[in-house]
Design a protein around this ligand. Structure first.
Ligand SMILES: Nc1nc2c(c(=O)[nH]1)N[C@H]1C(S)=C(S)[C@@H](COP(=O)(O)OP(=O)(O)OC[C@H]3O[C@@H](n4cnc5c(=O)[nH]c(N)nc54)[C@H](O)[C@@H]3O)O[C@H]1N2
Ligand SMILES: Nc1nc2c(c(=O)[nH]1)N[C@H]1C(S)=C(S)[C@@H](COP(=O)(O)OP(=O)(O)OC[C@H]3O[C@@H](n4cnc5c(=O)[nH]c(N)nc54)[C@H](O)[C@@H]3O)O[C@H]1N2
Ligand code: SF4
Ligand SMILES: [Mo]
Length: 748
C-alpha cells in the first residue's frame, strides 16, 4: 500500500532545500541548441527567429519565435506556409510567450519529504531527482513488473516519455484527449465509415455550403484554420446551423440557431434522419453505391418524426424540417460537424454515430465541401532495439469492458490504480506529463483515492499546477519555446512537416522532456534506446530519410510533401471499399450488433434537474486553453476569471444581479471552493448555467490564477460512462446557487 499523500501547495516549499544544480547550459550542449537559426550564428546585434509549433493547444500551429538582441524571447508569429494557421496565430498562440515569461514557473526539481511529521517539497538537483525516480521505478517494477506503471500525458512531452515507458516495458500510456474528449466520435465514425475522424478533423469547411454545428462552438473553440475557414465559408454565403442551448459565438453567425434542451440531441438527430429518408432528400446514388443498412435504418426511424422530437428537444417541428431540407439542398457540400469534446451524456458514441449517419445520407464523406480524405507524412522512427513485450496492457485490464476503445482509457487506468482493482492488473506508479488531472478528470473522488493508493508519482510539468501537489518528485520541463520536440506531422489536405526548435536556453533549472527521458533511460539500463547526445540528431536523421535536413527545416519551419494516396475526394461513380465488415458505410453497425450493442442509435432519456437545480454546462473561451493558460500573464490580462452565465428569469427568481458572487452546490452536495461572478444573459436557456472550463485554481503558487473563478471539474461527480469505449459523460450534473461561502466555517 502507498502512504497517504498530502496535497502540497508548492508555496509551502521547504527552505532546507538542496542547492540547485548549475544552469541547464552545460548539460544540454548549447552549441547544438543554437547551431542554426536563420543564419546559423547567434548574433547579439540581430533579432533572430526560430521555427516552432504551438503547444498552447493541440492544433499545433507552426510559427516563428523571435528573440531580441539579448537572446530573450519577444514574440511568436504564425508561419505563413502552415495550413494549420495560414500565418496567423490565435490569441493563445500569440500569448504563448507568457508561458516562458511566467515567474511562477517550476524552476528546479522537487522531492517530497516528511519533516517533523509534515510533508513538504525540498529542492533537488537533477541528479538527485532522476536517481530517485529511477530507483523507485526499479523497486516497484521489481515487485509487480514494469506494467504496473501508468503514464498520463497530453502533448509533446508524452512522446519522449512514452518511448521511455515502452522501453521499460509498459504500454499503459494514456491521454485525456481520448476518453475525456474525442474518443466517442472516433468510435462512432469508425463504426460507420471504417475510418475515425482524427485531428485536425478533415472537414472541408473552406468549400462547404452548409455547416451544422452541434454543440461545437467554433469561434470560442479556437481551432485556428477551422475558424478561419468558417469565416471564409460565411463570406461565401454558406448556411450555418447551430444547435446549442446557449447562444454561442457560432450561433450568432448562424442562419438557424436551434436552442435545444440539453441532453436531447439524439432525438433531433434521429428526426433529421427521418426527414432525409422519408422526404427522399438523401443522396440516392451515394447511399445505394456506398452504404449498408438503409432499409433497417428507415424502419428504425419510422416513428421519429419532427413532431416526436419536438416533445423532447423543445425545437419546433417546422424548424427541424426546414434545417434538414437546407442540409440536403447544399449536399454533398454539407458538413454535420463531428464535434471534438463529445463526452457529454454517456451515450456519446451512439450520438456520434447518428452524426456520422447523417453525413452518410448527405453523401458528404469523401466529397468537396464535406469531408476530404486526409494524408500525413510518415516519419521514420529513429533506430532503437525492439521494445520488450509487456505481459499485460490496459486492454487486458479492461477485462472485456469498452470493446470499442480504440485508445487507452484514462479513467480505466485510474480505476486500475485503486486498492480494489484486480491485483493482476493493478497500477502502482504513475508518471504524469502535461496533464493537470485534478482539473481534467471528472469524479475527483476516484482520483483522490488513486493518489493515496499509489506507491510513487512523478510529475513532469512547466507550472506548479494542482497535479504537482500530489507528486513524490516534480521534474520541471522547459517550455515549448526552449526545446526540440518531435516533428509535427498531422493529417491534412496535403502532407506537411513542422519543426520545433529552441529559441532560447531553458530558463531556471528546467529541461526538455527528451533529455529527462534519456537521462532516466540511462539510469534504468536503457541507454540503447537513446543513442544520441542531443535530440537534434534524431530530427536530422529522420529529416534526411525524407529528403530534407534539420538545416533546411530550421530555415523554413514547415515543409510540404506531395500527396501519395490519391485524390482528396471520391470521383463520380468511383468504386470504393470502406474498412468495415461489409466494405460499405454502415448505417447499420454490424460490429456493434455482434457485440450486443444497438446497431442503430436509440434515444434514451437522460435525467432532468430537480427543482431549484440547473444543468451545469461548460466550454471554451478564445483566450484560454483549459487550465494550462489560467496563470499566463499575457492571457490573464485579456481574461482573468470565468463568469457564470445565468438566464434573466433564473436571476430574477434567485435575486441575482450581474457581478454578484455566488458559490455553487451540486446534486451530491459538493460545492465550489471559490465564488464565481454572475453574468445575467438571455444567451443561455433557463434550465442550464454555463461557465468556461479551466478556472478556480487552488494552488496559491499560481499567483494570477489562484482563487479566480470556479472549477467546473469539482462539480462533475456524476460521471456517465460510455459502455462502448469508456468515455466519461460529464454533463449530467446539476447545480444550485449559494450566496454564502460554504467553506466559511471550515476556514474560520
Ligand atoms: N471539467 C472539464 N474537464 C475537462 C474538459 C472540460 O471542458 N471540462 N475538457 C476535456 C478535454 S476536451 C481535454 S482535451 C482535457 C485537457 O486536459 P489537460 O491537457 O490535462 O488540460 P490542462 O488542464 O490544460 O493541463 C495541462 C497541463 O500541462 C502542463 N503543461 C503545459 N505545457 C507543458 C509542457 O510543455 N510540458 C509539460 N510537461 N507540461 C506542460 C500545464 O501546466 C498543465 O498542468 O480535459 C478534459 N477535461
Ligand atoms: N480557445 C480554446 N479553444 C479550444 C480549446 C480551449 O481550451 N480553448 N480546447 C480545444 C479542445 S481539446 C477541444 S476538445 C475543443 C472543444 O470544443 P467543442 O467540441 O466545440 O466543444 P464542447 O465543449 O463539446 O461544446 C461546448 C458547447 O456545447 C454546448 N452544449 C452544452 N450542452 C449541450 C447539449 O446538450 N447539446 C448541445 N447541442 N450543445 C450543448 C455549450 O453551450 C458550448 O457552446 O476545443 C478546442 N479548442
Ligand atoms: S489554435 Fe491557437 S493555441 Fe492552438 S495551436 Fe494554434 S495558435 Fe496555438
Ligand atoms: Mo479536447
Amino acid at each position: 500500500m502507498g502512504t497517504r499523500r498530502d496535497f502540497i501547495k508548492i508555496s509551502a516549499l521547504g527552505t532546507a532545500g538542496i542547492a540547485a544544480a548549475g544552469s541547464a547550459f552545460s548539460m544540454l550542449g548549447r552549441s547544438a541548441l543554437f547551431a542554426a537559426g536563420n543564419d546559423g550564428q547567434r548574433s547579439v546585434h540581430a533579432v533572430k527567429r526560430y521555427p516552432t509549433y504551438c503547444e498552447v493547444c493541440f492544433w499545433k500551429c507552426a510559427g516563428w519565435t523571435y528573440t531580441d538582441r539579448a537572446g530573450k524571447i519577444r514574440k511568436v508569429v504564425g508561419n505563413s506556409r502552415d495550413p494549420h494557421c495560414n500565418g496567423r496565430l490565435c490569441p493563445r498562440g500569440t500569448g504563448g510567450i507568457g508561458m516562458y515569461h511566467d515567474k511562477d514557473r517550476l524552476k528546479t526539481p522537487l522531492i517530497r519529504v516528511t519533516k517533523n511529521g509534515k510533508q513538504t517539497f525540498v529542492r533537488a538537483t537533477w541528479t538527485e531527482a532522476l536517481d530517485h525516480v529511477a530507483e523507485k521505478m526499479q523497486e516497484i517494477s521489481g515487485k509487480y513488473g514494469p506494467e504496473s506503471f501508468a503514464m498520463f500525458n497530453h502533448g509533446s512531452p508524452g512522446k519522449h516519455l512514452g518511448h521511455l515507458y515502452k522501453a521499460f516495458g509498459s504500454t499503459n500510456i494514456t491521454a485525456p484527449s481520448y476518453a475525456q474528449c474525442r474518443g466517442p466520435r472516433e468510435a462512432g465514425f469508425a463504426a460507420t465509415f471504417g475510418m475515425s475522424v482524427g485531428s485536425p478533423e478533415p472537414t472541408d469547411i473552406r468549400d462547404t455550403r452548409c455547416l451544422v454545428l452541434i454543440g461545437s462552438h467554433l469561434g470560442e473553440n479556437m481551432h485556428n484554420s477551422q475558424v478561419q475557414e468558417m469565416a471564409d465559408a460565411i463570406d461565401n454565403g454558406a448556411t450555418i446551423i447551430t444547435v446549442d442551448p446557449r447562444f454561442s459565438t457560432a450561433a450568432s453567425k448562424s442562419k438557424h440557431w436551434l436552442p435545444i434542451k440539453p441532453a436531447t440531441d439524439m432525438a433531433l438527430l434521429l428526426a433529421w434522419i427521418h426527414v432525409l429518408i422519408y422526404e427522399a432528400l438523401y443522396d440516392k446514388d451515394y447511399v445505394q453505391r456506398y452504404t449498408f443498412g438503409l432499409e433497417q435504418l428507415k424502419e428504425h426511424v419510422k416513428e421519429m418524426t419532427p413532431e416526436w422530437a419536438y416533445g423532447i428537444t423543445t425545437l419546433k417541428p417546422g424548424q427541424i424540417r426546414q434545417t434538414a431540407r437546407e442540409m440536403a439542398q447544399a449536399s454533398p457540400a454539407t458538413i454535420v460537424h463531428p464535434g471534438r469534446h463529445v463526452t457529454w451524456y454517456g451515450d456519446d458514441t451512439q450520438r456520434s454515430r447518428a452524426i456520422a449517419i447523417l453525413n452518410a445520407l448527405l453523401g458528404s464523406w469523401g466529397r468537396r465541401g464535406g469531408f476530404y480524405f486526409k494524408e500525413q507524412v510518415s516519419v521514420p522512427s529513429y533506430p532503437h532495439p525492439p521494445y520488450p513485450k509487456p505481459r499485460w496492457s490496459w486492454k487486458e485490464a479492461l477485462n472485456g469492458k469498452y470493446p470499442f476503445a480504440g485508445s487507452s482509457v484514462s479513467n480505466a487506468l485510474i480505476d486500475a490504480s485503486l486498492p480494489e482493482a484486480d491485483e493482476k492488473y493493478r497500477i502502482r506508479g504513475w508518471m504524469v506529463a502535461g496533464t493537470n488531472l485534478p482539473l481534467t478528470m471528472p469524479g475527483v473522488d476516484s482520483l483522490d483515492r488513486a493518489f493515496n493508493a499509489l506507491e510513487f508519482i512523478t510529475v513532469v510539468d512547466t507550472m506548479p499546477m494542482e497535479i504537482t501537489g500530489y507528486a513524490d518528485v516534480v521534474l520541471p520541463e522547459c517550455t515549448y519555446l526552449e526545446r526540440y520536440d518531435d516533428l509535427r506531422t498531422s493529417p491534412f489536405r496535403e502532407p506537411f512537416l513542422a519543426l520545433r526548435m529552441p529559441a532560447s536556453e531553458p530558463l531556471y533549472d528546467s529541461k526538455p522532456a527528451w533529455w529527462i527521458a534519456k537521462e532516466l533511460g540511462k539510469r534504468l539500463g536503457l541507454s540503447s534506446y537513446f543513442d544520441y547526445e542531443d535530440f537534434s540528431e534524431v530530427l536530422d536523421w529522420q529529416l534526411k530519410q525524407m529528403g530534407s535536413s534539420l538545416e533546411e527545416m530550421q530555415k523554413i519551419g514547415v515543409k510540404k510533401f506531395p500527396r501519395k494516396s490519391g485524390s482528396l475526394y471520391l470521383s463520380p461513380g468511383e468504386d470504393f471499399s470502406f474498412n468495415t465488415n461489409t466494405g460499405k458505410i454502415e448505417l447499420y453497425a454490424t460490429d456493434f450488433a455482434r457485440q450486443g450493442f444497438d446497431p442503430m442509435p436509440v434515444y434514451n432519456k437522460h435525467p432532468d434537474p430537480e427543482q431549484g437545480y440547473y444543468r451545469l454546462i461548460y466550454g471554451r473561451t478564445p483566450a484560454h486553453t483549459f487550465s494550462r493558460t489560467a496563470n499566463n500573464p499575457n492571457l490573464t490580462d485579456i481574461k482573468g476569471e470565468n463568469l457564470l452565465w445565468v438566464n434573466p428569469k433564473v436571476a430574477k427568481l434567485w435575486d441575482l444581479h450581474a457581478g454578484d458572487l455566488v458559490w455553487l452546490k451540486n446534486q451530491n452536495d459538493v460545492t465550489t471552493e471559490f465564488p464565481i461572478k454572475v453574468r445575467v444573459t438571455e444567451r443561455i436557456r433557463w434550465d442550464s448555467i454555463y461557465m468556461v472550463h479551466g478556472f478556480g485554481h487552488s494552488d496559491k503558487k499560481l499567483s494570477r490564477a489562484y482563487g479566480k473563478g470556479a472549477n467546473d471539474s469539482r462539480l462533475i461527480t456524476d460521471v456517465r460512462i460510455d459502455p462502448l469505449m469508456g468515455g466519461t459523460g460529464m454533463r449530467g450534473n446539476f447545480v444550485t446557487f449559494l450566496k454564502e461561502d460554504p467553506g466559511k466555517e471550515v476556514k474560520s
